[in-house]
Design a protein. Sequence first.
Length: 180
Amino acid sequence: MHEQAPEERIRRQMLQPVQLALYLTGSMLSFMAVAPLFWMVSMSLKETNEVFSANLIPHRPTLDSFIYVFTQVNFFRYLWNTFFVSAVVTIVALAFHSMAGYALARLRFPGRDAIFLAMFATFLISQPVIIVPLFILARTLGCWTATPASSCPRSSTRSAFSCCASSILRFRANWRKRRS
């Protein structure tokens, strides 16, 4: 085997500036991802009077917060509601969005590009902008504390179908008011 010259070995062992920048960037991003998790666990292990102190590591770690959550709060009901809403949102969004994707990809019809651009433009609207109108819609329907209020609007907020769903729900609310 051909042995490398000592200078070449040293040059290969030294980090290149691009590699160093990549390692530093990766390290900073890793820290940014792990630090909130560490902070969350640290806060959960602190006593109540120690939560707002400047220290990151608790002086006397305790499991009182966990005991409180599992004994005093209906935690498993909240966990089930979260699972149920996320499953419904995923299934409904998958059904509607896959049908829309198939129609836009395979079928040729007038206005197809305009519909695609309208659907794509909805990605530019951030979620905080949508939350207030969805809350008003759910409150108007009288179901803002129910599970459908959480799952129905969320499944359609990222597509042009949210306009259609909102229109249908508004029509239904107005129809209910007229009937009463």
